[in-house]
Design a binder for this molecule. Structure first.
Ligand code: ADP
Length: 338
């Protein structure tokens, strides 16, 4: 069964430009979907429409195969988790989790039992009487999830939940969200502008640009077979190198995309295709080194296992296999081969 189906979603604000230009998505039950794209591309708008926080749009929104366009958020069987988790600082973990059940007129004893059962699943039992201020970031996030779970929903919408956190915590919580998803089997729709989060979390990624859906596929497919130059350039860090087709002996109407890990460094000129490069900058990141170099093809990024780095020298040769390259139509940006 489909968890969420979007058909022809168009959105504009009164007297404003169009924000979403006809979005179609079919999200299966239990999938972890990440909606990714640059700031302002319409991600939050789309999520708010799914949640029902905004109900002014064209098209159809189906949740569990039921059209919900006119329904307010509380009738949509979804739970939304925001950036700051929206926990009440003066309430205990137990009351934070149970919050919302009171609005549904559930008797007190039953609310307590429900909160405690949810806390058990989320390993929050030892913290039931604490207030959010005395919890770690990961624990707070679990309380927010707990509140959503107490409502017996199986669809979670998350809007940049990690964006306010420092890097170490972000990486830790990423793992935690992924574990929770595995454990709960819930459907998650997660919005972020961070391509690393998209690649590491998603079962499938929806890439948005300027309110247009660019591609909707698995992280592997998106990385290996990007639909166009925008997708190729947006996902992958360091970013893909674009080289004019002519430089690789092909038509000037084509652009080659070479990912940094497709390139090899050599101390002397290797057989086959290669260009000479001069190091502009090198940056060690543990097992790998990122090198920015100036070449006759333009400035290029190369990632190289540290052990495979040629002996220190300012200039060397960059080899590549033209068969690895992704090929794009230069005028439209669409991928045509590779
Ligand atoms: P994202 O989440 O991808 O950063 P948003 O969905 O928040 O993007 O915004 C998409 C576009 O809609 C932006 O250009 C933004 O300025 C515009 N926008 C968002 N909310 C409103 C509003 N209430 N009125 C007018 N324009 C808005």
């Amino acid at each position: 069964m489909s968890a969420i189906t979007l058909r022809g979603i168009r959105k504009s604000y009164p007297n404003g430009p169009q924000i979403l230009h006809g979005i179609d998505l079919d999200i299966r039950e239990g999938e972890f979907i990440v909606i990714v794209g640059p700031s302002g591309c319409g991600k939050s708008t789309l999520l708010r429409l799914i949640a029902g926080l905004d109900r002014e749009a064209e098209g159809d929104i189906l949740i569990s195969d039921r059209r919900v366009n006119a329904l307010p958020p509380r009738d949509r069987d979804i739970a939304m988790i925001f950036q700051n988790y929206a926990l009440y600082p003066h309430m205990t973990v137990r009351d934070n989790i149970a919050f919302g059940l009171e609005l549904r007129r559930m008797p007190k004893a039953q609310r307590r039992a429900k909160a405690e059962a949810v806390a058990e699943v989320l390993q929050l039992t030892p913290f039931l009487d604490r207030k959010p201020g005395a919890l770690s970031g990961g624990q707070r996030q679990r309380v927010a999830m707990g509140r959503a779970m107490a409502r017996d929903t199986s669809i979670f919408l998350m809007d940049e939940p990690l964006s306010n956190l420092d890097n170490a915590l972000r990486v830790a919580l990423r793992t935690e969200i992924k574990d929770l998803h595995r454990q709960l089997g819930a459907t998650i729709v997660y919005v972020t502008h961070d391509q690393t989060e998209a690649l590491s979390l998603a079962d499938r990624i929806a890439v948005l640009k300027g309110g247009h859906l660019q591609q909707f596929d698995t992280p592997d497919a998106i990385y290996d077979r990007p639909a166009n130059m925008f997708v190729a350039g947006f996902l992958g860090q360091p970013a893909i190198n674009f080289v004019p087709g002519e430089a690789l002996g092909r038509s000037p109407h084509l652009t080659a995309g070479l990912r940094p890990e497709m390139l090899r460094l050599h101390a002397s000129q290797p057989d086959g295709t290669s260009v000479q490069g001069r190091i502009l900058m090198s940056e060690m990141s543990g097992a790998e080194v990122l090198i920015r170099c100036e070449t006759t093809l333009g400035t290029m990024s190369v990632t190289c296992p540290r052990k495979a780095l040629p002996p220190h020298t300012a200039s060397f040769w960059i080899g590549y296999d033209a068969n690895d390259a992704l090929w794009f139509d230069t005028a439209t940006g669409t991928r045509v081969a590779g």
